[in-house]
Write a protein that binds this ligand. Structure first.
Ligand SMILES: Cc1ncc(C[n+]2csc(CCOP(=O)(O)OP(=O)(O)O)c2C)c(N)n1
Length: 262
């Protein structure tokens, strides 16, 4: 099991040493990645490139610190690398990049990760593979038209090994998603597009684990989990405050964060 508090500490270290934006964006993902790596997803912790592994696509690639936090717990990256995050010459950059074992796809230009994940699921289905594809998207990212085209295709081809997880934190870069361009009601929309859809508290690890765990369904439909999250969750000064999309930690906020996560 992954401890969300420890994962958040890794994210704070990364954000501080890298003087990185996107702190709130990564914090809302922590329980989602903890559930996936904590037992839901099939992978080999000793070999991130194991040929039978499930594929995880972080379509909202700017949340990559949540993946790196899991990789730190798995021993795929070390503390030295965390301290060198975003420095010149570091292999850890601010978006998901496919040369990092565990990052399956280079993403960060929103609206591309889900179409790639659907292509992966389609290819695997044609090979009659048992491997699953998991794709984490943002609710603001759902403003992109390419996402809905990919969903149409996934449902049409009955890609039942595909699960889309929406990090539904209600915000995007410049404001609330329901003010900028609403994507709600997400459950009804995913259902209407042919996805077997459930909704859960995206910070309740057991609930999330239950929602994500695959079960046999006669529908043979792709699945969607609408995870209701809080941007910046876990740090009281950042929770639901969208300034932490771009704000960088300084010495004072870093100390406050470490104190709160102790
Ligand atoms: C195609 C594209 N347009 C704009 C951006 C700039 N951008 C980075 S994050 C972001 C907001 C995304 O919102 P959401 O998917 O809800 O992510 P979250 O709020 O959870 O960080 C935007 C617009 C981008 N990365 N890609």
């Amino acid at each position: 099991m992954f401890d969300p508090r420890i994962l958040r500490r890794h994210i704070v270290d990364l954000a501080y040493h890298g003087r990185s934006a996107h702190l709130g964006c990564a914090l809302s993902l922590v329980e989602i990645t903890a559930a996936l790596y904590g037992g839901v997803m099939h992978y080999d912790r000793h070999n991130p490139a194991a040929p039978d592994r499930d594929l995880l696509v972080l379509s909202k690639g700017h949340g990559v610190m949540a993946l790196y936090a899991c990789f730190r717990e798995l021993g795929w990256i070390g503390d030295d690398e965390i301290r060198s995050y975003l420095h010149n010459g570091s292999r850890l950059r601010g978006l998901s990049e496919s040369d990092i074992p565990g990052c399956e796809v280079t993403s960060g230009s929103l609206g591309h990760g889900l179409p790639v994940a659907v292509g992966m699921a389609y290819g695997l289905a044609r090979l009659h593979s048992r491997r699953r594809v998991w794709c984490i998207v943002g609710d603001g990212e759902m403003n992109e038209g390419s996402m809905w085209e990919a969903m149409l295709f996934a449902a049409h081809r009955r890609l039942e090994k595909l699960t889309v997880i929406v990090d539904a934190n209600g915000f995007q870069a410049m404001g609330r998603t329901d003010e900028v361009l609403s994507t709600e009601p997400l459950v009804a929309k995913f259902e209407a597009f042919g996805f077997a859809t459930v909704e859960c508290d995206g910070h309740d690890l057991p609930a999330l684990t239950a929602a994500l765990t695959p079960h046999d369904s006669p529908r043979h439909a792709p699945r969607a989990v609408i995870a209701r999250t809080v941007k910046g969750h876990g740090l009281s000064f950042a929770a639901a405050d969208n300034r932490w999309h771009y704000t960088r930690l300084d010495d004072a906020t870093r100390t406050a964060a470490i104190e709160e996560l102790r």
